[in-house]
Every structure is written in C-alpha cells, then in structure tokens.
Design a protein around this ligand. Structure first.
Ligand code: TMP
Length: 215
C-alpha cells in the first residue's frame, strides 16, 4: 500500500515507542512497510543527526540548524522515502516536516515563510498522507524523557536541554499545525499507559486505512 505516515510530538511524548509498536503490529499482520526516522534514515542523515543533537554544538546558528535538517531530509527523500513509495510501499517515519515547522520555525523563531519556501521546494515538497501528533503536556513529557535517559544511560541531546518554555512553544506550534491541516494531522492524547496510547493509535490508523485490517 503506497502511503506515507508520520509521527510527531515533543520529546517524551512517546511517539517513538508508538511507531515501533505499530511496526511490530504491521509485521504480525504481514503488512509490508518500512520504518524510518528524521533526522536520519540514511548514513549521511545519521552523520548529520549526530552533529545536530550533540550538546557540544550549542552555538549552532538557527539558520545552520534549519539547513542541516533540510539536508538530512533531502538525502532521506532521495534515497529512502521516494524510492519506497515508488515501489508502492507503506512508509512510517518518526518525525518529518512538521518538526521543522515547530522546532525551527516556532522554537527558534525563524521566519515561517523561509521554512515553508524550503518545505515547498520541488525535491522536498512531499507531504505525508497522515500525521499522528502525540500530544502531552511538556512537564509530563520531559519527565518521561528524563526517566528514559536514566534507564538507558543515554545523554540529553541539544533539544532536551532546552527550557520548558521552549517545549511549550513547540507544543503550541504542533497544535496550531493540527488546526491548519485538520485532514492530515490527527491529535492523539499521549497521556496514559503505552498500551492505551497504542490502542488509540491503532484506532486512528485503522480508521484512516481500513485495508490494513487493524481494527
Ligand atoms: P528525536 O529525538 O525524536 O529522534 O528527534 C531528534 C531531535 O531533532 C528532536 O529534539 C527534534 C529535533 N528536530 C528538529 O528540530 N527539526 C526537525 O526537522 C526534525 C526532524 C527534528
């Protein structure tokens, strides 16, 4: 099934856990798909990801940051996403262009028309068929992200070190995007247990794509 589905949300919203659970569920149902993420998804993209998330790079300028995310995306689209869709595959992607709108646009105060000019540029123009926005109050989400770091001995990345106010702005930007694109973006209440959120996810994806047989 040729479709492009993205998962979005602030740090600690649970979207990565949820996209992985969906992928396992699709595997169980024998539904062919690829699971990928941004920034990343390619060797070059992963190198750019390390650079972008490394807390040592705290003086990265907002414009340099925007262009690096778009560079990683250009490579990802050219090498992974567009070829997979051309082969009629289902593509699940953990973050995509809405993250740039929310983090670089609203979070870093870059002009919206600059972000959108790049988003609309020919080879970057693809928009998802469906986006699930995992919405959670920033204080609860960051507490989740911190628990994850403690249990995985993973270090805080450059964005997790940002203030609660920054994450609040990013969350508001995501909710505004959901209002601007009501047909494409569906908001999922990300509070509750992993399984409760998984059931909400299955209901939404199953409703949007009945042929997946998820309900
Ligand atoms: P992740 O932790 O969900 O893998 O995402 C890595 C970080 O990159 C996360 O803090 C959000 C940020 N990000 C942006 O700022 N802009 C983007 O376009 C993307 C894809 C991610």
């Amino acid at each position: 099934m040729r479709s492009f589905i993205t998962f979005e949300g602030i740090e600690g919203s649970g979207k990565t856990t949820q996209i992985q659970l969906l992928s396992v569920r699709l595997d169980r149902g024998g539904i062919e798909h690829i699971l990928t993420r941004e920034p990343g998804g390619t060797e070059v993209g992963n190198q750019i990801r390390r650079l972008l998330l490394d807390p040592a790079n705290r003086d990265l300028s907002p414009l340099a940051e925007l262009l690096l995310y778009q560079a990683a995306r250009a490579q990802h689209l050219a090498r992974i996403i567009l070829p997979a869709l051309a082969e009629e595959k289902l593509v699940l992607c953990d973050r995509y262009k809405d993250a740039t709108r929310a983090y670089q646009g609203r979070g870093r105060y870059l002009p919206e028309d600059l972000v959108e000019q790049l988003n609309r540029f020919d080879l970057l123009a693809l928009e998802p068929d469906l986006t699930l926005l995992f919405d959670l109050e920033p204080a609860a989400a960051l507490a989740r992200a911190q628990r994850r770091e403690r249990t995985s001995s993973r270090d805080q990345n450059r964005f997790e070190q940002e203030t609660l106010e920054f994450h609040g702005r990013v969350r508001e930007a995501y909710l505004d995007l959901a209002k601007s694109y009501p047909r494409r973006i569906r908001v999922v209440d990300a509070a509750g247990s992993v399984d409760e959120v998984h059931q909400r996810t299955l209901a939404l994806i199953g409703g949007a794509f009945p042929s997946l047989g998820l309900k």
